[in-house]
Write a protein that binds this ligand. Structure first.
Ligand code: PLP
Length: 495
């Protein structure tokens, strides 16, 4: 399988090279030259396997330059009993009628980013060996919360790697901060940065752009790399669970082999829903992809009008992992629906003016495949409350955005196609908002840990151990730096 840049299809690399590089040198994203196809018979065969078997089957189609033993080792290490609380890894829960919840949060950090960040370190170290890079890889992350912890858990004690995470001093929740500063592992470093997320993010970008520093590190045997969601190695593992969910529906008799389903995804950076689009392109019987946003509804407007316009107020919501105005992975969809030249033009306009409008053909292709909607915080809370009271199912704020939009879609279209709804976080991870949705008066100004206990008490559900025991864990990192000192933090750690 050959990979190309979304901005230049003469640039061709192997999957191992694409994973090591992360971003294409022309600023584009790597995409597979062709979409491997799966038939209904292939799906039937995958349905007889467990998650790991399905993962090997899907990954081997995209990572054709990896040996099957290499893929098996990566999968074994990533989706293990020690890391995931259920052997089905991504279980499907039949909520009601046509709605099935795909729970993607049974990994170590209680959010769906584990699905990819548990396997990325193994794919990356394997890819480095294959491409003859004999350096130790140093992952730099600036995080506003979920990604940092998931990357730390993924890379902790993985041989041949080190990871450094910077988080903004004022910008992450108490639980998110504790999740990071108590991280175990001999190859990890966590530091807070005085400032906000943008300060941390620009600091990291500056380090990446410093060629002299890269040279210096190279002499010491290190190479910097990134674990953010534009790396192909983070996207490809996400295709697996959509195919796996379809297999589960088929196996349970909920659908016939070949029957189309819809997939609804709470969307931020357009990574998770893009993986569903790829599954559809591969031949998985998918009718409609439902793109759900919160009040940062730039994607809703884009899908409905063909105009992408990020020039709008940034809103802080109770589904913070979707608070985003530039959805980087949309570039890959645009490429699929046009060509490198057109994609490059749109991306140029986006960075120059914050706005672009796609052609009528692209707009048409998008509306054939996608439905888009959004909801505000109050609808999100109402949904959590209603689903809890009517179905005794507790959902987090991001999942509730998806479920609200799914219900609106059903009302608008009358479509009764069975629908897989991606559930992206354990409700206890966003406990304060979830508690408030269920019982407004239970929320006080007390610590998040008290809220955790309250939510557990009211719902009779157990908070995940990894969150409940956080307050007892040893704090390993209390470093705080000025934004201009981030490079020396990296330098000192690597001495
Ligand atoms: C990252 C994240 C999302 C958004 O996923 P994208 O791939 O960026 O669209 C949604 N929900 C949760 C809980 C997340 O952590």
């Amino acid at each position: 399988m050959i990979y190309q840049s979304t901005r230049n299809n003469e640039l061709e690399v192997s999957s191992a090279q694409a994973i090591v590089a992360g971003l294409a040198p022309d600023g584009g994203l790597f995409i597979p030259k062709e979409k491997p196809q799966i038939s209904i018979d292939d799906i039937k065969r995958l349905a007889e396997m467990n998650y790991k078997g399905r993962a090997c089957g899907v990954l081997s189609l995209f990572l054709s330059d990896f040996m099957s033993e290499e893929i098996e080792t990566c999968v074994e290490n990533a989706y293990s009993k020690e890391k995931f609380e259920t052997e089905s890894i991504a279980p499907l829960y039949g909520l009601k009628d046509d709605a099935y919840i795909l729970e993607l949060w049974h990994g170590p950090t209680c959010a769906f980013k584990d699905m990819a960040l548990q396997i990325l370190p193994h794919l990356l170290t394997t890819a480095m060996k294959k491409t003859g890079v004999d350096k130790e890889v140093v992952i730099l992350v600036a995080t506003s919360g979920d990604t940092g912890k998931a990357a730390l858990e993924g890379f902790a004690d993985v041989p041949g790697t080190k990871i450094i995470v910077f988080f903004p001093d004022d910008g992450v929740s108490e639980i998110q901060k504790l999740q990071m500063v108590t991280q175990k592992g001999n190859n990890v470093l966590v530091s807070s940065v005085k400032g906000n997320f943008d300060d941390a993010q620009s600091g990291v970008k500056k380090i990446f752009g410093n060629e002299a520093f890269a040279e210096e590190l190279s002499k010491k045997g290190y190479q910097l790399s990134s674990a953010n969601s534009i790396n192909w190695g983070r996207l490809v593992p996400q295709i697996i669970y959509y195919i796996s969910a379809y297999c589960d529906l088929m196996k349970s008799g909920a659908i016939e082999a070949g029957e189309p389903v819809n997939i609804c995804v709470p969307t931020g950076n357009f990574g998770n829903i893009l993986a569903a689009w790829y599954a559809k392109q591969m031949g998985l019987p998918v009718a409609r992809l439902i793109c759900a946003s919160n009040e940062n509804n730039v994607l809703t407007d884009f899908i409905n009008t063909g105009v992408y316009d990020k020039n709008r107020e940034f809103k802080t919501t109770i589904s913070p992992s979707m608070d985003i105005l530039i959805s980087s992975n949309l570039e890959r969809l645009l490429y699929d629906l046009s060509d490198a030249k057109t994609t490059k033009e749109y991306m140029f306009l986006l960075s120059a003016t914050g706005r672009y409008e796609v052609s009528a053909e692209i707009k048409h292709a998008i509306s054939e495949n996608f439905f888009a909607g959004y909801c505000d915080d109050s609808d999100t809370k109402n949904t959590i409350n209603k689903v809890w009271n009517e179905n005794s199912y507790l959902m987090d704020t991001h999942t509730a955005v998806a479920y609200t939009v799914y219900e609106n879609y059903k009302k608008a279209t009358g479509d009764e196609t069975k629908t897989i709804i991606a559930s992206t976080a354990n409700p206890f991870k966003f406990n304060k908002s979830v508690l408030g949705a269920i019982n407004e008066s239970a929320v006080t100004s007390a610590s998040e840990f008290e809220m955790l206990e309250k939510l557990s008490g009211i719902t009779g559900q157990k908070a995940p151990d990894s969150l409940a025991t956080l307050s007892e864990k040893e704090i390993r990192f209390d470093g705080k730096c000025e934004k201009q000192d981030m490079q020396s933090v990296v330098d000192n750690f690597l001495k």
